[in-house]
Ligand binder design. Structure first.
Ligand code: NAI
Length: 277
């Protein structure tokens, strides 16, 4: 069913809305007449995003918040209730990247990525589910990553966080279905955004990941179009790129073969993100 027929009140909340995929989804929704509550930790970029969205004629309210604080998401839900009396789409999208070997990543790095990439999604779901249940409808879109389904080497902290988001979304898909609430989980491989800015340690794996991010021909707009189609069609998984789709299928069909293959590629420096030098 067409998105706006499903959700005629057209109300959306988006975290990580100041950049990349979050901004792209807001631009798409703005052009279709949606009202937006946009949230991000980066005030400067958020102000620019708000101006850009207003320029498209959208009704936008922005809030600077840190998604690692549960009370910030609770307050966002209160704001939505006060402004619009309900919500149609909730995008738990804000995130950072992380890369490095298990004995190289510090515990602080682990804690940070689990906080920003996993706990934030849990907080977002907990804050908005009571409202969605009360109105008996709406959709939660959680941004994971194919990192959460494919488990590539030297990305343990990010993989663990994103696998948690996939599992949470799969669980809620069934748990909330009786309330008319739909759940979608976004699992892309790399696409061009500012995500690489969050990689600051200078380790080799980070540099290789940033190089892959920058040379990707897939844009945030491609992902946004796929996500809106998935929400429209009630699909759980969004896997835009063919490596995301095929890697996941092969892993599910032949898990031992898949992990043996990845280990072989990595050991022999044939893995996409391996040091080729
Ligand atoms: P981006 O860096 O362009 O956008 C992420 C936004 O999240 C930024 O505006 C940033 O300020 C915000 N943010 C970061 N920490 C925050 C916090 N504590 N509180 C509030 N906002 C915070 O990157 P992108 O790529 O658009 O990232 C969006 C999501 O997509 C992330 O969850 C990322 O992990 C995921 N993803 C991205 C991929 C890529 O190749 N770009 C691939 C797979 C998943």
């Amino acid at each position: 069913m067409k998105l706006e027929r499903k959700y005629p009140q057209k109300r959306a909340f988006v975290t990580g809305a100041a950049s990349g995929f979050g901004l792209a989804i807001c631009m798409r929704l703005a052009s279709r007449g949606w009202k937006l509550l946009i949230a991000d930790i980066n005030e400067t970029r958020l102000t620019q995003a708000e101006a850009q969205l207003r320029g498209c004629g959208a009704e936008v309210v922005s809030v600077v918040l840190d998604v690692t604080r549960p009370e910030a998401l609770e307050q966002a839900a209160d704001t939505v209730r006060r402004l619009w009396g309900g919500i149609d789409l909730v995008f738990n999208n804000a995130g950072i990247a992380s890369a490095g070997a298990i004995d190289d990543l510090s515990l602080e790095e682990w804690e940070k990525v689990i906080d920003v990439d996993l706990w934030s999604v849990i907080y977002g779901c907990r804050a908005f589910v009571p409202m969605l249940k009360a109105q008996r409808g709406g959709c939660i879109v959680n941004t994971a990553s194919s990192a959460g389904t494919l488990a590539g080497p030297e990305m343990a902290s990010y993989n663990v966080a994103k696998a948690g988001v996939v599992s949470l979304s799969e669980t809620l898909r069934s748990e909330l279905s009786g309330f008319g609430i739909h759940v979608t989980v976004v699992c892309p491989t790399v696409f061009v955004t500012s995500l690489g800015d969050s990689l600051k340690s200078g380790r080799a794996m980070e540099r290789r990941l940033v190089a892959q991010l920058n040379k990707s021909r897939v844009t945030a707009e491609h992902i946004a179009d796929d996500v809106l189609a998935a929400v429209e069609n009630g699909r759980l998984y969004v896997m835009t790129q063919s490596d995301a789709k095929w890697g996941w299928r092969i892993k599910r069909w032949m898990p031992e073969t898949y992990s043996t293959l990845i280990a072989y590629l990595y050991r022999n420096r044939k893995w996409l993100y391996a040091d080729q030098a």
